[in-house]
Design a protein around this ligand. Structure first.
Ligand SMILES: [Zn+2]
Length: 86
């Protein structure tokens, strides 16, 4: 009986790890990256924030996407972007 409980707990832990690894290798969308860049993601979506950090550590494509976003925001300027939204 104890063996089965341990087996179930272990498979749940392994399943959770696989799911996290799978998510880390999925590229976040532009909106998420922009929120991450603006520092809003951590407040709105803690899990998504951690996921994005982990992903940026392994994905060169998203690292350069983030640089593009930074350049775009710099060109447009922070306050102007909010003016567009209003
Ligand atoms: Zn990516």
């Amino acid at each position: 009986m104890v063996f089965w409980i341990l087996a179930i707990v272990f498979s749940m832990i392994i399943f959770d790890r696989i799911r996290r690894i799978y998510r880390i290798h999925q590229c976040p969308n532009d909106q998420t990256l922009v929120k991450y860049f603006e520092g809003k993601l951590q407040k709105e979506d803690e899990a998504g924030y951690e996921q994005t950090i982990s992903h940026l550590g392994v994905c060169e494509k998203c690292q350069s996407r983030l640089v593009d976003i930074a350049n775009t925001e710099e060109r447009e300027g922070g306050p102007n972007l909010e003016d567009h939204l209003i």
